[in-house]
Design a protein around this ligand. Structure first.
Ligand code: XIL
Length: 362
């Protein structure tokens, strides 16, 4: 691993030195304070976190939260007209001085069947827009931005400029690719959703969010680019501005992710004049195909270098308004076995933490 030789642990300030012994989250300078002038720094939250050590960690190092699961359609409206708003969680986030991002309103996954299965097109549109309207109205003034539509594009997107050919559809041979919304409403479901969202809360920033948007899957990045370009050209001033405010790049990366492919997509999306959020950042380090079969010191350094390379890029792009990590600690991350985030399961800072706070040192 000769590339690891460039990892420089000689930090300037005393509080920045990655020490020989691991340091707990409590003893560190808040991560968000390193990026105050540049972008928000976020992480995920769930109701059981409130009031405990996890919430203290969250509010110390992050200034915006995303609900990991509790603001998804199946959580918020499990049956028609029965809303289950996670008010205690959102209020606790705001009371702690953080902001809240909303995730997500329209998705093919974690969505109750009643919304879009065995119903007419008209009923599906009504169910979708009613959900958007009620949820966004409920959280108006509390949630600053929303992932209005999540993961509409297939991984095997078309190379055609016609983004509609790249949308998930029900007839896909891969069941995981299915979108009942597209199947039943047609591809205009996307703009219908964004218009309902703008109407419900004109102050909220409206995002399209997806994964694998770095240029290692260039067809998918171009499909999203072409979609946002087309919709914003047709709705240049809906409620006074472009209908889609921003693109969320989930950024579920791994050690083999080439940072140049990330920057290529940031440049592409920036050219549309929209905001960018790095919305679900993690870097898998122990996984099938990784050079590391356990989380050794070398693995931790390689991961830190990858985080540093990405943060160096993020710092150079003013279009990036938020960088949110998808997991407080390796113990509870959705990809726990791959050790993907900044804190270990004892909430000790990993080398990745120091890379995120001071990427120039790596
Ligand atoms: C994940 C959560 O982390 C898991 O707890 C849940 O079981 C599945 O969803 N893309 C997204 C997120 O937009 O909502 C997903 O979150 C991760 C991938």
């Amino acid at each position: 691993m000769s590339s690891l030789g460039s990892c420089d642990f000689s930090f300037g300030g005393k509080d920045e030195e990655p020490p020989a012994e691991p340091v707990s989250w409590e003893a560190l300078t808040p991560l968000h304070s390193r990026y105050t002038a540049q972008f928000l720094i976020g992480n995920i939250v769930s109701p059981p976190d409130i009031g405990g050590v996890r919430f203290n960690l969250l509010k110390k190092h992050f200034n915006i939260a995303t609900a990991e699961n509790h603001m998804k359609p199946d959580a918020m409206q499990p049956s028609k007209g029965y809303f289950n708003y996670p008010d205690a969680m959102v209020n606790a986030v705001l009371a702690a001085g953080m902001q809240m991002h909303g995730h997500t309103l329209v998705w093919h996954s974690q969505t109750p069947a009643w919304m879009n299965t065995g119903v007419s097109k008209e009923a599906a549109i009504a169910n979708m827009t009613d959900h958007i309207t009620k949820v966004m109205t409920h959280f108006k003034g509390k949630v600053i931005s929303w992932d209005v539509v999540n993961e509409a594009m297939r991984d095997n997107s078309s190379s055609s400029d016609n983004w509609r050919e790249s949308l998930r559809k029900d007839e896909s041979p891969n069941a995981n690719d299915n979108s009942r919304w597209n199947q039943i409403i047609g591809d205009e479901y996307i703009e219908i959703a964004f218009k309902a969202a703008r109407d419900a809360d004109p102050d909220a920033k409206l995002y399209y969010n997806d994964y694998n948007l770095n240029m290692s899957n260039s067809n998918k990045a171009y499909a999203v680019y072409n979609m946002v370009k087309d919709i914003n050209q047709r709705y240049p001033a809906y409620g006074g501005r472009k209908l889609i405010d921003g693109i969320g790049m989930q950024s579920h990366h791994h050690l083999n992710t080439d940072p140049a492919t990330v920057e290529a997509s940031i440049l592409l999306f920036e050219s549309l004049g929209v905001e960018i959020a790095i919305s679900e950042l993690d870097i898998q380090t122990v996984f099938y195909g990784s050079p590391y079969s356990s989380f050794t010191e070398d693995a931790a350094k390689a991961q830190a270098e990858k985080y540093a390379a990405l943060f160096k890029i993020f710092k150079n792009h003013a279009a990036i308004k938020r960088v949110t990590f998808w997991g407080l600690d390796d113990g509870t991350s959705w990809r726990s076995s791959s050790y993907p985030v900044l804190f270990d399961k004892q909430y000790m800072a990993k080398p990745a933490f120091y890379a995120a706070e001071n990427p120039g040192k790596f």
